[in-house]
Structures are given as structure tokens and as C-alpha cells.
Design a protein around this ligand. Structure first.
Ligand code: ZN
Length: 72
């Protein structure tokens, strides 16, 4: 690695210098534009959903313990 601020795009896998970081996952500008412009009927849309799931699954979701007081 050459110390450059480049990351692997989660979507297309290519290494780009510019893009957005969503919850510590990098998406290049090209893919970001595609995601934004993708319509619900677009075949790519399903792929984007899968990518977003990957991002979500990387999150640590803390369980908030239920207390007896919360049931009231
Ligand atoms: Zn990309």
C-alpha cells in the first residue's frame, strides 16, 4: 500500500480515491451516483440492497436490556 487515501469500493470493488464512507464502508463516487439514480425497478437495485445489508451487518447493534419499568 502506498499510503494514499484510497479505499476499496464495497460496491464495485475498485480502488478509488474519492467517494463516500458510509458507516466505515467505502463506496466510490461512480457507485454512489448509480445508487442515487437507481430506480426501484432497476435490476441493479437488488444489488445495492445487498450491499447495504453488508454495511448494516457490519454494525454492532447493542441490545438494550428490557426492564420491568419499560413494560408499564
Ligand atoms: Zn464503486
Amino acid at each position: 500500500m502506498a499510503g494514499r487515501d484510497q479505499k476499496n469500493c464495497l460496491c464495485c470493488g475498485s480502488v478509488k480515491g474519492s467517494g463516500i464512507t458510509v458507516l466505515s464502508s467505502f463506496i466510490c463516487l461512480d457507485c454512489e451516483q448509480e445508487i442515487i439514480s437507481a430506480s426501484f425497478h432497476d435490476r441493479k437495485y437488488g444489488r445495492f440492497i445487498e450491499i447495504l445489508k453488508e454495511i448494516w451487518s457490519g454494525l454492532i447493534i447493542e441490545d438494550i436490556p428490557e426492564t420491568d419499568d419499560a413494560a408499564k
